[in-house]
Design a protein around this ligand. Structure first.
Ligand code: T3D
Length: 256
């Protein structure tokens, strides 16, 4: 069954998931939440997928919660059932996830980008910690990711004022990896994704190491590194890399 609010495409090892409610700047209603979570699970299960791109249809990336679609349910249920589920899926999937922030990313839409592993912004894109503007608090991991990425005081400034952060400001703060001119945006995203899709199986474990490294002790990190290095050294990709080195050629990784 095709999705109503998500476009899902797999080609050349790259899965592109596009939030597709452009008339609402891709704000999350229940259908989008459910389909987005399902799409992430599908990408995780598909062995041919080596990297995932998340982007938005139209001129926005994602405007966070659809403010017309909240209804009378306890908000904690929406946050726990939907937002927390896709944040955890983005972080635990052992494949690199690239946020292609094509336009404004507000509230939980900004959190979505921050939860990804790499972030490319169009020069026209904006981040807005919009929660405070509607009397709410940061969610979907914003209070976890922001201070870790940019430090406590800067994170508090963004969260307390909810001002627009331009792509260049985001780059200077360390909220994104790269800013692309509008005309070069799709090509840049495609090139980064293609590089990721050509990478070795170890990429998934690098992601796991860095995610856990943010939380655990040095001793635990060293042990995880030993465990992962053992696993990585046994992969076909590591064997291929050594052969390629000895044969003085580029390795051809298969993700296994
Ligand atoms: O309640 C819970 O479930 C808890 C969870 C909360 C998580 C959150 O994300 S809270 C934060 C929610 N998001 C916002 O507060 C952002 C609201 N949107 C805006 O402030 C602005 O739209 C933007 C700054 C993002 C963009 O401004 P602009 O001028 O480029 O576009 P626009 O004209 O405001 O929006 C275009 C259309 O999208 C417009 O519809 P219309 O008038 O053309 O029919 C607008 O109403 C709609 N839209 C934008 N954001 C949302 C939205 N509709 C519903 N919900 C939205 N969040």
């Amino acid at each position: 069954m095709p999705y109503e609010t998500v476009l899902y495409e797999v080609a050349s090892g790259i899965c592109s998931i596009t939030l597709n409610r452009p008339e609402k700047l891709n704000a999350f209603n229940d259908t989008l939440h459910k389909e987005f979570i399902d799409a992430l699970k599908k990408a995780e299960r598909d062995d041919t997928v080596r990297c995932v791109i998340i982007t938005g249809a139209g001129r926005g990336f994602c405007a966070g919660q659809d403010l017309e679609a909240v209804g009378n349910r306890p908000v904690a249920n929406i946050v726990r059932e939907f937002y927390n589920t896709w944040v955890m899926k983005l972080r635990t999937m052992e494949k690199p996830v690239l946020a292609a922030v094509n336009g404004v990313a507000a509230g939980a839409g900004a959190s979505l980008a921050l939860a990804c592993d790499l972030v490319i912004m169009s020069e026209k894109a904006l981040f807005i910690q919009a929660f405070v503007k509607v009397g709410l608090v940061p969610d979907s991991g914003a209070s976890y990711f922001l201070p870790r990425l940019i430090g406590y005081h800067k994170a508090m400034e963004l969260a307390l004022f909810g001002d627009k952060v331009t792509a260049q400001q985001a780059l200077a703060m360390g909220l994104c990896n790269w800013v692309a001119e509008e005309a070069a945006f799709s090509q840049t995203v495609g090139e980064w994704a293609a590089r990721l899709a050509r990478g070795p199986r170890a990429m998934g474990w690098i992601k796991r190491q860095f995610s856990r490294g943010l939380e655990q002790s040095l001793e635990e990190t060293l042990e995880l590194e030993a465990y992962d290095q053992d696993a990585a050294s046994r992969t076909a990709d590591a064997q291929e890399a050594i052969t390629a080195f000895l044969e003085k050629r580029e390795p051809r990784f298969t993700g296994r």
